[in-house]
Design a protein around this ligand. Sequence first.
Ligand code: ADP
Ligand code: TYD
Length: 209
Amino acid sequence: MARFLSFEGIDGSGKSTQARLLAEALRGLGHAVTLTREPGGSAGAEEIRRLVLEGEPERWSPETELLLFTAARRDHLEKTIRPALARGEVVITDRFADSSRMYQGIARDGREGLGATVDALHALMIGVEPDLTLLIDIDPELGLSRAQARKGAEQRFEDMGLELQRRMRAGFLALAAAHPARFRVIDGARAPEAVAAEVLAVTLAHLGG
Ligand code: ADP
Ligand code: TYD
């Protein structure tokens, strides 16, 4: 059965909220669930998360940043995702490789995107995709206002602004259109409970199939 699920979307779209609500709902239905996130999701990857999300925007070159995200993903896969799938659990991850395709793949700050390098590194070091990806789609202004309402040290990416988030949204929608068997696009501009109900229905249809 195909039990590896990911949430994707721009900052503040509601991924973390929805991942948590889905995990609770599936547990309530008797599924064993591992809820995890990227960057992070294993001890080593959480250390890399701090390196990559805190500090100045120019702290790492785009290439170094991509290597750090990929290293974190490899550790997450080895230490958390594969063992949980082997135990028969449903794995829900808040972000996975599609986030690298967008955030590192897209052109920004006057530089070309690293799309081809992202794909090559993914093929070399990761090599798996989720069985189902729930793309939580919202207007970037709404996402940014939600994300900025949260305080914290992890502001490096959110500080990159609205124009970048707009291109990310378009990029995520294009990725979903290119992989319709894996992606479901969910309208995130509704009350959390309404979004959660659709997420659960889509997931149960997938798990049952
Ligand atoms: P993400 O993980 O995509 O960045 P979060 O789930 O952390 O998004 O949500 C960002 C902020 O918006 C949080 O403060 C959260 O409580 C709030 N939020 C999440 N979903 C909704 C929603 N459907 N409507 C209004 N606020 C929301
Ligand atoms: P996250 O904690 O999910 O932020 P948010 O809750 O605001 O959506 O992710 C932190 C940031 O890391 C986010 O701006 C996206 C970025 N990121 C990448 O640039 N590449 C990646 O491969 C991943 C997984 C995340």
